[in-house]
Design a protein around this ligand. Sequence first.
Ligand code: IPM
Ligand code: MG
Length: 362
Amino acid sequence: MTRSVLLLPGDGIGPEVVSEARRVLESVNERFDLELVFTEGNLGGIAIDLEGQAYPESTRAVAREADAIVLGAVGGPKWDALPAADRPERGLLAIRSDLDLFCNYRPALLFPELAGASSLRSELVSGLDILIVRELTGGIYFGEPRGITSNAEGIREGFNTDRYNETEIRRIGRLAFEAARRRSGRLCSVDKANVLEVTMLWRETMESLREEYPDVSLSHMYVDNAAMQLVRQPTQFDVLVTGNLFGDILSDIAAMLTGSIGMLPSASLNAESRGLYEPVHGSAPDIAGEGKANPLATILSAAMALRYSLSAADAANAIEQAVASVLTQGLITADLAAVDPEATLVGTRAMGDAVLSALQAQ
Ligand code: IPM
Ligand code: MG
C-alpha cells in the first residue's frame, strides 16, 4: 500500500534541512520497502510570494490527503512588515488548524555527546529525556475575540482570548496520559490555575482523567514554577502536558537544555494519527542558504513521521540510531560548536551524507 508524504520546505533554512530529510526518507523507503510517495508544496513566505497566500489552496488539497507532512520552517524578515493576518506564520497556524493537529509532541532528549553544549552544567542534564505534550489548535493562539481596536480617544488596544473547553482538554489529556504510560508513568500538567479560569478548568479536567489511568501518577505545576524547575533540575520531569502558549515557551527552554534547538524534532497529530512533522527551530534567516544549518532536527522529525503516521517503527529506529552514531563519530554542525573542541565541524549536506552512511553501515 503506498503512503503519501508531503514535503513543505518553507523559508530560510527550511529547504536545506528538508532536502536532507528527504534523502534519508528515500533511503529507508528503499531499504524497508515502505512504498512512500513524495510530493512537494509551498507553505509560509514562499507560498505568499508564489501563490499569494501562506497556506494556499493547492497545498491544502494535497495536505488533506497526505499521510504525513514534513515541514522545514516558515517566516523571515522579508515578510515581517506584512499585517499579522497575512504573515507566513499564519500559514503554519492555518495548516495545524485545518488538519486538526491538536496534539504536539516535543521530545527533549539529550544525546550524551552533546552534554557540553547544554546551557546548563552537564551534571544537571545528564540523562535528560522529557516529552512535552503541547495542545496545538486551541487556547490563546486561536481564541476569539482577538484583534486591535481603538477607543473613542483613538487609543489602540490589542486583545486575545485564552479559551479551552472540556472536550479539547480531555482529548489532549488522554494522549498525554497514554504517553506517560508508555514511558515512566509520570505526568505533570502545567497551568496557571492560581490566576486564570481557563487553566482552572484545565486542572480540574486533567484531575478527572486520573481514574482512567490509575497506573500514571499525575501532578500539577504552575507555569512560572515549571519554567524555573526546567532550568533548576530538569531531570525531575518525564511527560509534561500543557496548553498552546505555555507549551510554546517551555519547549524552547527544554530545547536549550539539550545543547541546541537544532536537534529537536516535533510531531503534530490529529485524531487519525495523520500528522505534520517539523523541527522545533525556526527559519534562521541569518544563515539561510549558507549550507551551515543542522539538518538533524528535521531528520529526526522524519523518523517521528515514520513511527506515528507511517507505521514504520523499524525505519524510525534505524534513523534515530544513525543520528546517534553520527554524533558518536564526533560530527557537529555550527550550532553545536560549543560541544567539544575536538569535534569535526560539518555543513548541512555533509551531515546528511553522514546519516546516510551510518544507515548504510547498519
Ligand atoms: C513553534 C513556533 C510557532 C508557534 C510559530 C512560528 C507560529 O514558535 O512551533 O513553536 O508559536 O507555535
Ligand atoms: Mg515556538
